[in-house]
Design a protein around this ligand. Structure first.
Ligand SMILES: Nc1nc2c(c(=O)[nH]1)N[C@H]1C(S)=C(S)[C@@H](COP(=O)(O)OP(=O)(O)OC[C@H]3O[C@@H](n4cnc5c(N)ncnc54)[C@H](O)[C@@H]3O)O[C@H]1N2
Ligand code: MOO
Length: 410
């Protein structure tokens, strides 16, 4: 009896895409102060030069640099002080050779000047003579017009995730709002008669719901809004009702449990009953996570994760995270932080299957080692103890002690 397909993750996501078409990025406008970590849904070009004028970076005197060439303490340059620049105003002075104007940090350079001498390298006499004891080069202590951002240049591209400095540059070019991807709403449903909420006393044979908490946190971590439905028992009609509500009010539905082929594994039947095309893939050539289900109902992706808490989390990263990224218009590799490390012991793996092993990183003699945290996929403690996942590709039969591997950090 053949129970599952054995698709690679890439093939499975392709198959889902063929059924759903390209996932559109919905967008909305938000205020800059609300835009941290949001994903840009527009290319942002600068409407103007930033700064819009040549600007001093120090307190001192705006000069023509060549008037100071060769100046020193024993042979200072003597300039004539012809005024002072007020902050936030355009100077009405045009500097002539031999002249200097007092300026503050951030002040607008007058026409004719090309450098600023710092206050501490000057002396001012009562008759208006300025003694300059150090030379300045053209451009010294000045930010030129457009040096920060050029008018018409691409400041930030669509798909970019906004960091604090990005909000600063957007403010700098005069934006108060930006168009960003709408946050995908992801329904999170746990299933199983034996699964109880953490606040309840449990009877023998029951366990506490962990997946609602790991999966909704993963949704949040990767930029979505989780809509949790708690635990639904192994009841076909009850699960159908919750699924219909979840499909209507979210962009993506994630279930955990009941994805296998046992008598109470209802997820496939429920997805099939809700509409075309229903289940697209059942089974991945991945460990952990073989019994994963990918489906499409009402034009929305539905992912049935295995119930084991480790399998659910690993498959979330492999399958759900790329779907959330697509809905946000983010590059598929957004947020992946990999380090190279040497495996601390031999780990076997079956050919034709991608294996993901949990590893703990340790530094030994200046080198990074990845210690495999072995254990069944029902043990959440193996995720808690580890720092990341290492992938053993399908063509390999394992990794040997000392071999270099890539570890994706959690
Ligand atoms: N005959 C076969 N049986 C199984 C196979 C197989 O190939 N042939 N595959 C095994 C693999 S691999 C996995 S993984 C599991 C997946 O099973 P299900 O997705 O149907 O999940 P359940 O049976 O509902 O649950 C598995 C396990 O996880 C516990 N669980 C479920 N939900 C939660 C939750 N929200 N929080 C914490 N723990 C949860 C559940 O009590 C079970 O112990 O199938 C194997 N079987
Ligand atoms: O392949 Mo299952 O997801 O580990 O136990």
């Amino acid at each position: 009896m053949r129970l599952f397909d054995a698709r690679t993750v890439r093939d499975a996501l392709e198959a889902l895409k063929e059924n759903l078409g390209n996932i559109p990025v919905k967008s909305e406008e938000v205020l800059l102060l609300e835009a941290l970590n949001r994903v840009l849904a527009e290319d942002v070009y600068s409407p103007e030069d930033i700064p819009a004028f040549d600007r001093s970076t120090v307190d001192g005197y705006a000069v023509m640099a060549r008037d100071t060439f060769g100046a020193g303490e024993s042979m200072p340059a003597l300039l004539k002080l012809v005024g002072e620049i007020r902050m936030g105003e355009r100077p009405d002075i045009t500097l002539k050779p031999g002249q200097a104007v007092k300026i503050s940090t951030g002040g607008m350079l007058p026409e004719g000047s090309d450098a600023v001498v710092m206050l501490e390298y000057t002396q001012q006499f009562d008759d208006g003579t300025l003694v300059v004891e150090r030379p300045v080069a053209p451009g010294e202590n000045v930010i030129f017009r457009g040096e920060d951002v050029k008018e018409g240049s691409l400041v930030l591209p669509k798909g970019h995730t906004l960091r604090p400095q990005d909000l600063a540059v957007l403010a700098g070019i005069g934006r108060q709002k930006v168009r960003v991807a709408a946050l995908p709403v992801v329904a999170v449903i746990s299933t199983g008669d034996e699964v109880r909420p953490p606040g309840e006393k449990i009877k023998p044979g029951e366990i506490r719901d962990m997946n609602t908490y790991s999966l909704s946190a993963q949704v949040r971590k990767w930029g979505g809004i989780p809509r949790t439905y708690g635990v639904v028992g192994d009841d076909f009609d009850g699960l159908c009702r919750v699924m219909v509500e979840a499909l209507a009010s979210s962009d993506l539905v994630v279930l955990s449990g009941g994805s296998s082929v046992g008598s109470r594994d209802l997820t496939v039947k429920v997805i099939e009953s809700l509409g075309e095309p229903g289940v697209v893939v059942h089974g991945l050539a991945v460990k952990p996570g073989k019994p994963t289900i990918l489906g499409a109902v009402m034009g929305k992706p539905v992912v049935g994760l295995p119930g084991h808490p480790v399998s659910a989390m690993v498959i979330f990263e492999l399958v759900v995270r790329p779907l959330i990224s697509a809905m946000l218009g983010r590059p598929a590799n957004y947020g992946k932080i990999n380090v190279r490390a040497r495996v601390a012991r031999n780990v076997a793996s079956a050919a034709g299957r991608e294996d993901f092993i949990r590893v703990k990183l340790e530094e030994r003699d200046g080198e990074l080692w990845a210690k495999p945290i072995l254990g069944k996929s029902g043990l959440i403690s193996t995720m808690v103890e580890s720092d990341g996942l290492a992938r053993i590709p399908p063509e390999k039969l394992g990794v040997g002690e000392g071999e270099y591997i890539e570890v994706e950090l959690y």
